[in-house]
Write a protein that binds this ligand. Sequence first.
Ligand code: MN
Length: 207
Amino acid sequence: MAHTLPALPYAFTALEPHIDASTMEIHSQRHHKAYVDNLNKALTGHADLEAHDIVSLLRNIKSVPEAIRPAVTNNGGGHHNHTLFFSIMAPNAGGDPTGAIGDEIKKHHPDFAHFRETIKQNALTQFGSGWSWLVWDPAAASLKAVKKPNQDSPLMEGQVPLLGIDVWEHAYYLKYQNKRPDYVDAWWNTVCWTKVNELFAAAKAGK
Ligand code: MN
């Protein structure tokens, strides 16, 4: 079963002024599509791996043959990271974390400003391309803020990504050029806490 590019659940213009329409279109229709296409290419001829969904594939990355493991890490990670990224953004979103995820974040941070700053500092100190993540760590039964290079997926280390900001330049350069901090600040206005709560509930249920 080939992996497919999911449709965006909103228009390219929906996240303006925070994320511009050109960035949304190029990011989803070209960058994300390239990860999907190259993942399918890498898996061709590996029927056992083609049977896995993307989450299972990444959780079991160590069982992927070494010859194609880098391609699956980069493109499979890229596919899942972008699917999550586009799904946790929405128009008319943002604000403080709500619900169960809000309560959980409060256990780790004196206030939400401190939480946002933690995610932001990981985004700014990720040298080159990568992601700043909020993950659920099942082993520790705890939230963690982590940064990862390239398209490395938290799933490959047994973590469950709940929220992530893409800090590859392709995610922000058209509008923000070199001003990564401004992009991160604006991005918070797009975060859909309802969706993050869905991911958190599934993660705690072990799904
Ligand atoms: Mn990207």
